[in-house]
Design a protein around this ligand. Structure first.
Ligand SMILES: [Zn+2]
Length: 247
């Protein structure tokens, strides 16, 4: 393939733009915030089961406490009724009086037992509530950290995307100035090598794969016509001769 040596030189400009674009895309893909967001999502997700377990335990305990309160209320009401009757002097039968006093004593014991039970449940409620609060605080902290990381990610994305848009534009304008066959070759090589399609010769090396050129290769390069498009046999890349190539 033939191409004007100045056009060949400008392949290096095109390559520089493509390399910039590759780097920008790589930066976008590997932004530290992305890993940070995934890590924080994992932490929030990891707390889910513990939060659900504590919430379930807490609502069970609260139901138990309600049950105690209802029972205490019933016992208290019945005792108050009995005491009122006892105090009213309406009961005169000694056996009946004794039975009622016995019932009041039983109810008093029952109330005390129920109150002890409720107290125990209330202590458990407090403990579980404390545990749940700690879990929720931790989750809120991770969520806030994640949101902050998402904001930093979006800011970085906006900057990178603006750079990508600008560079893509410049790349398109530059690419449009090349003869189609040279551009097609460059792009084919670039695709095959995963990035570098054209590189300068320097210090006796191919600038693409950085392998030393052999003497016979250097001799061929020196005798080639200036408009010959040279390829490195080893890596297939287009080798561009520049003023610094030292040929
Ligand atoms: Zn090479």
């Amino acid at each position: 393939m033939k191409a004007d040596p100045f056009v060949q030189l400008r392949l290096l400009d095109l390559q520089a733009l493509d390399t910039s674009l590759d780097q920008l895309r790589h930066r976008r893909r590997t932004l530290p915030e992305l890993a940070e967001i995934t890590r924080l999502e994992g932490l929030v997700e990891g707390l889910r089961d513990a939060v659900v377990a504590a919430e379930t335990e807490l609502s069970d305990l609260q139901r138990e406490q309600d049950r105690f309160e209802r029972e205490i209320e019933q016992v208290r009401a019945r005792k108050a009724r009995d005491e009122e009757r006892l105090g009213s002097g309406a009961i005169t039968n000694p056996k009946q009086l004794q039975d009622m006093e016995h019932e009041v004593a039983t109810l008093t014991r029952r109330q005390s037992d129920l109150e002890d039970g409720e107290l125990e449940v209330m202590e458990k409620v407090e403990e579980v509530q404390g545990r749940l609060d700690a879990l929720l605080t931790e989750r809120a902290r991770h969520t806030a950290d994640r949101e902050a990381a998402e904001q930093r990610r979006d800011t970085a994305f906006a900057e990178i995307d603006a750079d990508i848009a600008r560079t893509t534009d410049e790349r398109a304008q530059t690419a449009a100035t090349f003869p189609p066959d040279l551009l097609a070759l460059y792009e084919k090589v670039r695709e095959k090598t995963g990035g570098v399609g054209a590189a300068a010769i320097g210090h006796g090396r191919c600038g693409g794969c950085r392998l030393d050129l052999m003497n016979n290769e250097l001799a061929d390069i020196r005798t080639a016509a200036v408009d010959d498009v040279l390829r490195h046999e080893e890596c297939g890349r287009i080798m561009v001769r520049t003023a610094e190539s030292g040929l």
